[in-house]
Design a protein around this ligand. Structure first.
Ligand code: H79
Length: 557
């Protein structure tokens, strides 16, 4: 810690000890970006349909009479492998006469989905839209001669449901672009990036409003990621760009394929899921059993994602003739049947305010907490930890309407769930008046010294860095600490400038191992460490915080 002459303390503007308004969330790397209202609406949708449809759908995971099982079926060209000219020749028989976009929109709506995202181009480079950049597209190269993406965009508009496009930054077809590498993290040449930009312009101008664009894979440079995001936003500022545009340029974070995080995130995010982990594109030899089990699996994943504040996008892989696999339609309708009486507990909700619930999951809206009962505790009581001070007024099972008792039990609130209906994951709406009051769990109590570490911290992560293999990095640590003026001794690896956030102010500090600082915290407040503020998305903490020894003290006046 440096000492500044006393006079300098009065001229705080740019000194090490400058205090400023808190900006403890990552700022976008480039502008323009969708408005706060768009982001909120996007987050409120909660459930959407992914469609993987392309030339690979016709092959259905088979090549020359053999089941190709060493990777996703939409990547069969690379997995079999199939020579380019032979793969391209399959376009001559691609004629999805059973493709019925209005029926797909209806199916999505029956499932309770609020938007649809379709593959406009996958890694194979075949375009399901009428691009002018190459003849290798559904209109020019197939007997179908119609623009699949356009047909679906129009159907979504008719049906009043959001529309989006998946766009792989990879292209195994165009000369001089990509050849397959196992990670699909191909660097992009300038010519390739230019080609992509030309296609992005087509997608963003000829298909109406695009709610989200689902960039996927490749390993663009930061400048290329910026170029893609900027191209989209210049034409449609309200389109939400997926994090797989990489280099932290996305408007929403995308988890790994089929990954459900164990905690909430500080930003918009989505889990993409397929019916079976092994494929997204149609696989003719997929064993499809236990529809009810698959329905329940997806209800649970949806609820886990939504209770952590995310959106869930579930994939279907139509057959080469355009028809939807009956099993997949049954699964979607099954999820929809569960959703119908419970939809109030899903759409437009916020993440669960509870750290942990022993019976299942929760979401919240002003005035109501929704409980999803995965396993009923033996005593039949659903315990809401530390919610005892909240004025709960009623509880009822959403599907049946039956009333349940809710009462205070010490510091908790408890719902007596003695009349739960049969069926998977029943939902209970618990109404409250006034504020939702949850007692906070502080890291320590009283005057005894205590230690902060990553085990008792809330941690915030950067996702979707330079490619699919990039590890998430830490940008913020937060602890709920007792009120007072404490002396904190920092045990860190590395050193660098960080910001301390406490008592509503941010203060910059150059932190190195063994540094000691006084930190003032008010009642029910947290102490955070972030990068120097403001910081852009993707900025990690410049050092590793191993632990912090805290000696509590009173604040002198
Ligand atoms: O379009 C779908 C995939 O084809 C595409 N993203 C989804 C939405 C994708 N291309 N490459 N990757 C995803 C990354 C590949 C990850 C994998 Fe794996 C690692 C595939 C095989 C090993 C994940 C982990 C799937 C199986 C194991």
């Amino acid at each position: 810690m440096k000492f500044l002459p006393l006079v300098a303390a009065a001229v705080v503007s740019s000194s090490l000890f400058a205090q400023h308004a808190v900006q403890d969330r990552p700022q976008p790397r480039s502008l323009p970006r969708p408005s706060a209202q768009t982001v909120q609406q996007w987050q409120g949708q909660k459930f959407g349909m992914f469609i993987h449809f392309g030339l690979y759908s016709q092959l259905g995971g088979m090549w020359k009479g053999k089941q190709i099982d060493n990777g996703y079926s939409e990547q069969i060209m690379a997995n079999a492998p199939i020579p380019l000219d032979e793969y391209a020749a399959t376009a001559k028989t691609f004629n999805p006469t059973k493709w019925d976009p209005d029926a797909i929109v209806k199916l999505a709506k029956d499932a309770g989905m609020k938007f649809i995202v379709i593959t406009s181009k996958h890694h194979d480079g075949f375009n399901m839209f009428h691009t002018a950049q190459t003849k290798y597209n559904v209109v020019d190269a197939t007997p179908y001669h119609r623009d699949i993406v356009k047909e679906l965009a129009d159907a979504c508009k008719r049906g009043g449901i959001g529309f989006g496009v998946y766009y792989s930054s990879i292209d195994w077809h165009e000369p001089g672009m990509d050849t397959y590498i196992p990670t699909n993290s191909n660097p992009l040449s300038d010519a390739h990036a230019k080609f992509n930009v030309a296609q992005l312009r087509e997608l963003m101008t000829q298909y109406g409003p695009i709610r989200e664009i689902w960039f996927d894979m490749g390993k663009p440079t930061p400048a290329q990621s910026d170029l893609f995001a900027t191209t989209v936003h210049k034409l449609q500022p309200q389109t939400m760009v997926s994090g797989r545009v990489w280099n932290y340029e996305g408007d929403f974070t995308v988890m790994g394929d089929n990954e459900v995080p164990q905690y909430g995130l500080d930003e918009p995010w989505q889990t993409p899921a397929s019916m079976f982990n092994a494929t997204w594109g149609y696989r003719s030899w997929q064993v499809r059993k236990d529809v009810q089990g698959k329905i329940n699996e997806n209800i649970l994943k949806l609820v886990q994602v939504v209770s952590r504040g995310g959106n869930y996008i579930l994939n279907i892989g139509p057959e080469g003739d355009g028809s939807v696999v009956p099993y997949e339609a049954d699964v979607l309708r099954g999820v929809g049947a569960w959703l119908k009486p419970n939809e109030e507990a899903i759409y437009g909700t916020q993440a669960s305010p509870f750290a942990q619930l022993d019976f299942g999951y929760a979401t919240v809206k002003p005035g109501t907490v929704y409980l999803f009962v995965k396993s009923l505790p033996k005593d039949g009581k659903l315990r809401l930890p530390l919610a005892g001070r909240t004025h709960f007024v009623s509880a009822k099972v959403m599907s049946s309407g039956s009333a349940l008792k809710v009462e205070r039990s010490g510091s908790d609130a408890v719902v007596a769930a003695d009349a739960l209906p049969r069926g998977y994951l029943p939902v209970i709406a618990v109404k409250y008046e006034g504020a939702l009051l949850l007692d906070k769990v502080l890291v320590a109590k009283g005057d005894a010294p205590y230690t902060l570490n990553t085990k008792n911290a809330e941690m915030f992560w950067n996702y979707n860095g330079e490619g699919y293999e990039a590890k998430k990095t830490l940008y913020k640590l937060r602890w709920l600490v007792p009120q007072g003026c404490s002396t904190m001794t920092f045990h860190v690896s590395g050193e660098g400038k960080v910001a301390f956030v406490a008592a509503g102010k941010a203060r910059e500090v150059v932190l190195r191992d063994g540094a000691a600082e006084k930190v003032a915290v008010g009642k029910d407040e947290s102490f955070e460490i972030t990068p120097a503020q403001p910081f852009v998305k993707g900025t990690p903490l410049p050092l590793t915080v191993n632990s912090v020894d805290v000696v509590p003290g009173a604040c002198s006046r």
